[in-house]
Design a protein around this ligand. Structure first.
Ligand code: PEP
Ligand code: MN
Length: 287
């Protein structure tokens, strides 16, 4: 596998590459900045389940310091079967996310999987999430480049930093300057075990800052897949210099429709916020 070369920086991803003129980019979403002095916490359910629950989650994560609400209305679920307890709401979920923004003022990040739905999702979302599985879906990247909403580009669990920056370059080259990278763990022969669902590549955080001007956040929820590991990896992400973290938070995590093993409840989320506020202070940042 090739590492990043000077040819890559000049010819393959010149727009993503850090330069003397452009050391750091700040992505602005409503009043919130990602990539500035503050570490931004994004929180919410894995999947939008119903309106009341989403509004409750939005108020609770906001009161504990989250600046952006997450929630999937379209989910990249491994198997095609849906049921009363395992579902995705589609456009109805997008409407609830917009209601949560209206009620709390929090901007919304949600996943778009289908190039044909980019315009629809953009009507509701403030940040478009490209899921790990779609990192190299180039037609989808071209579509999100076109709509000029900030894009949260998750790293595919099998891709190198070089591949990931190539994907970011598609969005920048397509005319959208607002790309936020998200490390969410990589698969290796020892992963998919209870103790190591994915390996969180924390070295990617300083490496992204070294090679690019783009902000990078970490997803400790989808990478560890287990509640007990989320807080330690979240703390380590902030310590490593991440510009933000994105967390699954749910009022009754064990009953979450999707990913019930990884969500934090409100109390655990609040405790983690206090801890990472302390860590951010030590490295000269704030939350
Ligand atoms: C998610 O954030 O809900 C998600 C499905 O993440 P990933 O694409 O990283 O698996
Ligand atoms: Mn999930």
């Amino acid at each position: 596998m090739k590492d990043i070369s000077s040819n890559d920086l000049t010819n393959n991803f010149p727009l993503a590459a850090r330069s003397a003129e452009k050391e750091r980019s700040v992505v602005r979403i409503l009043g919130t900045e990602i990539g500035g002095d503050s570490v931004v916490v994004i929180a919410g359910p894995c999947a939008v389940e119903n309106r009341d629950q989403l509004l409750d989650i939005a108020e609770n994560v906001k009161s504990r310091g989250a600046l952006i609400i997450r929630g999937g209305a379209y989910k990249p679920l491994t198997f095609p079967y849906r049921s009363e307890s395992f579902f995705e709401l589609g456009e109805e979920g997008l409407r609830y996310l917009a209601d949560a923004r209206e009620k709390t003022g929090l901007p919304v990040v949600t996943e778009v999987m289908d190039p044909r739905l980019v315009d629809l999702v953009s009507e509701y979302a403030d940040i478009l999430q490209i899921g790990a599985r779609n990192m190299q879906n180039f037609p989808l990247l071209n579509e999100v480049a076109r709509v000029k909403k900030p894009v949260l580009l998750k790293r595919h669990f099998g891709c190198s930093l070089r591949d990931w920056l190539g994907a970011a370059e598609y969005i920048l080259h397509g005319g959208n300057p607002d790309v936020i990278l998200c490390e969410r763990g990589i698969a290796a022969p020892h992963t998919h075990q209870p103790t190591s669902r994915f390996i969180v590549d924390l070295q990617a955080v300083p490496a992204v800052h070294e090679f690019t001007h783009l902000p990078i956040i970490v997803d400790p929820s989808h990478s560890t897949f287990r509640r007990k590991y989320v807080a330690p990896i979240a703390r380590a992400s902030v310590a490593a210099g991440a510009d933000g973290i994105i967390l699954d938070v749910h009022p009754t995590p064990e009953k979450a429709a999707v990913d019930p093993l990884q969500a934090l409840n409100y109390e655990a989320f609040g405790e983690l916020m206090t801890e990472i506020q302390g860590i951010a202070g030590v490295i000269g940042r704030k939350i």
